[in-house]
Design a binder for this molecule. Structure first.
Ligand SMILES: NC(=O)c1ccc[n+]([C@@H]2O[C@H](COP(=O)([O-])OP(=O)(O)OC[C@H]3O[C@@H](n4cnc5c(N)ncnc54)[C@H](O)[C@@H]3O)[C@@H](O)[C@H]2O)c1
Length: 268
């Protein structure tokens, strides 16, 4: 069970925090991983980390590609098909948090339209474009799994109490409305696609993590945990089981779902 040996998995935003973790985890279960990111440096870091973890470097295929540029996506898809002949799994993980984190965390009444539009463009248009090109390949093979990385905010609104007096990377932390709009939309897109692509045996699900610990202050961790039945923030390893399950044939009858990995935060 959960053998990914013959699977070709494409991960977007592969050089980022969760993306690089997904790539390494999938490789450790035998998958061939195509790592897509706009940022070449982060892709090189990923390669270094795979080497340091003593994982098989032949299992990673790096592609620098801007998922907002359709001709780059078309070229990248062609490259992948030339090398592997098929794509089994697409993980839509890339995200953009404005050119300055400070702007991403601005309160609703001060939020800039430019940031709103750029963030939405990546989350909506970028996800649409890459899914359009890759699902076309899956349709040809009558098989595939698309995993959308959502968020707890694909399901509930933020409880703003948890952000009180808390900082992340030196900025007063917040979750902006645009993130909720995009992530709820992503779940709508997931449901739409699961209905549309079902006839081609393509499954589409949303994997929605709660906040994952990444150098947050003690104050924030305490605030956040008080809102969670399991009384802690997520750890990146909490996502391992579900990413493997949704990538493998063991999830062959699961589609159209929003699977929350949130320590129970959404239960009340
Ligand atoms: N970190 C968390 O706690 C958390 C919690 C819930 C959900 N999520 C979701 O998980 C996903 C990954 O989050 P993260 O924290 O790892 O983000 P991150 O910022 O670390 O990584 C995002 C990656 O996307 C890449 N990217 C940005 N624009 C791109 C483009 N145009 N083309 C290709 N690649 C592009 C970036 O270069 C970066 O490597 C996101 O969808 C996020 O909403 C994260």
């Amino acid at each position: 069970m959960f053998d990914l040996k013959n699977k070709i998995v494409v991960v977007t935003g592969a050089g980022g925090f969760l993306g690089s973790y997904f790539c390494e985890t999938l490789i450790s279960f035998g998958a061939n991983v195509v790592a897509i990111d706009i940022d070449k440096k982060s892709l090189n870091n990923l390669k270094r980390s795979i080497k340091n973890s003593k994982l098989n470097l032949n299992k990673i295929f790096l592609i620098k590609c801007n998922i907002l540029n359709e001709s780059e996506i078309a070229k990248s898809t062609k490259k992948i098909i030339k090398k592997f002949k098929k794509i089994d799994v697409l993980i839509n993980n890339a995200t953009y948090r404005a050119n300055k984190l400070k702007n991403f965390y601005k309160p609703f009444e001060d939020f800039n339209l430019k940031d709103w539009s750029q963030i939405s463009r990546l989350n909506n248009d970028g996800t649409f474009l890459i899914t359009k090109h890759i699902s076309k390949q899956m349709i040809k093979k009558r098989s595939g799994s698309i995993i959308q990385i959502g968020s707890i905010y694909s399901h509930v609104a933020p409880n703003f109490e948890i952000y009180k007096d808390s900082f992340f990377k030196g900025n007063k932390i917040n979750s902006p409305a645009v993130y909720s709009v995009n992530k709820f939309g992503l779940y709508g897109f997931t449901k739409y696609l699961s209905s549309y692509l079902g006839k081609y045996n393509i499954r589409v699900n949303c994997l929605s993590p709660g906040g994952i610990e990444q150098g947050h202050t003690l104050k924030f961790k305490k605030n956040y945990s008080s809102n969670v039945p399991l009384n802690r923030m997520g750890k990146i390893d909490d996502l391992k089981g579900m990413i493997i399950l949704l990538s493998s044939s063991e999830s062959s009858f699961i589609t159209g779902q929003n699977i929350l990995i949130d320590g129970g935060l959404s239960c009340w």
